[in-house]
Design a protein around this ligand. Structure first.
Ligand code: CDV
Length: 312
């Protein structure tokens, strides 16, 4: 059985607030068609790929808010993506805002799905690490209200697909080693993750110049330390006045970047990913069964914040 997955990292340039869903979906379809023409098996789109990054605004009117969420997947507009995937025989990962009504109660998640080459949904992931704040903070140049707009998801899963073991994450998840390790412990061979990362970080502007460095650092470390491919895909450029980083890259289990976008617009980066390259990392340096010491790590799950020893 082939263990090669041809992957297209489908970076998107900005999506403005007044851009219609139909226009965005046309851009995603261009990516799907171009990737299929180049022999790709799967296309990875960014986080919240159907809309502008709306958590930068504090909205109170539920009707206004709901315009940014999908209550069905596929829905009347996104169905085109599923039809194209099936026709072209190409899968995709898609990030979007999900509105789910469970037992009559509305729940909102920052979600991604993985769709197979037959156009059927393989798996769904709901973002675990929601950054930012829950209260209106108008002093910020750009707000980051993910804690207001979404509930956290439960955990990280993997799925057998595309001849290997696939995992999903979203944006801020990539900064946390636990994200990769929980999937690493399930044998993950490729982690797909989309992101929207402003260059400017209002609570820590001193980090702004390092935003691209940190982006690469965390994804390359996560790949190497877990012997997995990582496909990180940006929504980039100036969106509603907010400058967002690019840096879309496909990273091998060695931690090396093997393909990357060079613009901040709609662009594909493509790589032929051999899932068997994971084996030499998973069976030597990062042979978890042989070398890990979970009995030494209990704080990781028992404790959330750091507790320093009291000063004497
Ligand atoms: N969408 C995100 O999760 N963005 C965060 C920002 C707030 C830093 C990120 O980690 O890139």
């Amino acid at each position: 059985m082939t263990r090669i997955v041809n992957v297209a990292a489908a970076q998107l340039g900005p999506i403005q607030r007044n851009t219609s869903r139909a226009e965005v979906i046309e851009r995603l379809l261009v990516h799907l068609h171009n990737a299929a023409a180049m022999g790709c098996h799967v296309v990875v789109f960014p986080e919240l790929a159907l809309t502008t990054f709306f958590p930068r605004w504090y909205l109170e009117d539920p009707a206004e808010m709901n315009m940014f969420y999908e209550s069905q997947m596929p829905g009347p507009e996104t169905q085109k993506l599923f039809d194209a995937a099936k026709k072209l025989g190409i899968g995709f990962y898609l990030g979007y805002a999900e509105l789910s009504v469970e037992n009559g109660v509305a729940h909102r998640y920052n979600t991604s799905i993985l769709v197979g080459r037959d156009g059927e949904i393989i798996g769904k992931y709901r973002k675990v690490h929601l950054p930012g704040h829950a209260q209106n903070e108008p002093w910020r140049a750009f707000q980051h209200l993910e804690k207001y707009y979404f509930e956290p998801g439960p955990s990280f899963n993997v799925w057998r697909a595309f001849g290997g073991v696939m995992g999903m994450a979203l944006c801020n998840d990539r900064r946390w080693p636990e994200t990769y390790r929980v999937m690493g412990l399930q044998g993950v061979e490729m982690i797909m993750l989309g992101y929207n990362t402003p260059v400017h970080n209002p609570p820590a502007p001193e980090h702004d110049d390092l935003s691209m460095f940190h982006n690469q650092l965390v994804m390359q470390a996560g790949a190497y330390q877990n012997g997995t491919w990582v496909v990180g895909v940006a929504k980039a450029g100036k969106e509603e006045g907010c400058e967002m980083i690019g840096g879309t890259s496909i990273i091998a289990p060695s931690g090396e970047v093997v393909a990357a976008c060079s613009t901040k617009g709609d662009e594909l980066a493509i790589a032929r990913c051999d899932l068997d390259l994971c084996n030499s990392y998973k069976s030597t340096t990062f042979n978890f069964d042989r070398h890990r010491r979970p009995e030494a790590y209990s704080r990781i799950t028992e404790q959330r914040g750091a507790i320093a020893p009291t000063a004497v």
